[in-house]
Write a protein that binds this ligand. Structure first.
Ligand SMILES: Nc1nc2c(ncn2[C@@H]2O[C@H](COP(=O)(O)OP(=O)(O)OP(=O)(O)O)[C@@H](O)[C@H]2O)c(=O)[nH]1
Length: 211
């Protein structure tokens, strides 16, 4: 049996594997969020070139899940290659910097790029306003972020990679949503299989095998 993206279904004790891409303009804190989440660290990082890759196994109740985190470069010069990293993504973290209105508008453009690559509902998208520790320089209000997210049916959270505020919570919310969707899909597949078995029951067989 395959996962939503065509990967084999995990066996017993094996975690579900989900690909998550971090998108957003340069310097909004994508790498810092990934570093904080995966290594609980915050340090000055050079701008990403191309893409960086992290993995993290998450335990959610009785289920475990493995995130493959693709941290894309936000600088304009890499924009044209970024869509290559979208392929096979199950989730996207659309990051902007709350002290930069421009980065908020760019996040909205990234969403359009995603919509060109995926069918509606195919990926779980969370809008993230990062750098809440710089609230005195805030250019995007919490309400603006929330309203935009709601208008596009996105998850929404504000974070600070520096202060480790809401970082794990943001990734966990995505993990929960991904698992719920995977469970719904498995349930549908099981019910589809059961219907098929019913159609192939004794009556059906009698018909097909009658001479
Ligand atoms: N104050 C504050 N600074 C942050 C936060 N997150 C990241 N930064 C700083 O913002 C700058 C850019 O962070 P990065 O994580 O490299 O940003 P990026 O989005 O990965 O940048 P690119 O690799 O160019 O796409 C760095 O100086 C970080 O230290 C935060 O939550 N608060």
């Amino acid at each position: 049996m395959a996962q939503a993206d065509g990967r084999p279904q995990p066996g017993a004790g094996q975690p579900h594997v989900f690909k998550l891409v971090l998108l957003g303009s340069g310097s909004v804190g994508k790498s810092s969020l990934a570093l904080r989440y995966v290594k609980n660290d915050f340090k000055s990082i050079l701008p990403t070139v191309g893409c960086a890759f992290f993995t993290k196994v998450v335990e959610l109740g009785a289920t475990s899940l493995k995130f493959e985190i693709w941290d894309t470069a936000g600088q304009e010069k890499y924009h044209s290659v970024c869509h290559l990293y979208f392929r096979g993504a199950n989730a996207a973290l659309l990051v902007y910097d709350i002290t930069s209105k421009d980065s908020f508008h760019k996040a909205q453009q990234w969403l359009k790029d995603l919509e060109r690559e995926f069918l509606p509902g195919e990926v779980v998208v969370m809008l993230v306003g990062n750098k809440t520790d710089l609230s005195e320089e805030r250019e995007v209000t919490f309400e603006e972020g929330k309203e935009f997210a709601e208008s596009q049916s996105l998850l929404f959270m504000e974070t600070s990679a520096r202060l480790n505020h809401q970082v794990t919570e943001a990734f966990s919310a995505i993990a929960r949503e991904l698992l719920q969707r995977a469970e719904r899909k498995e349930d549908q597949t099981r019910r589809g299989g059961a219907r098929l078995a019913l159609n192939q029951g004794p009556m059906g067989r009698a018909k097909c095998c009658a001479r």
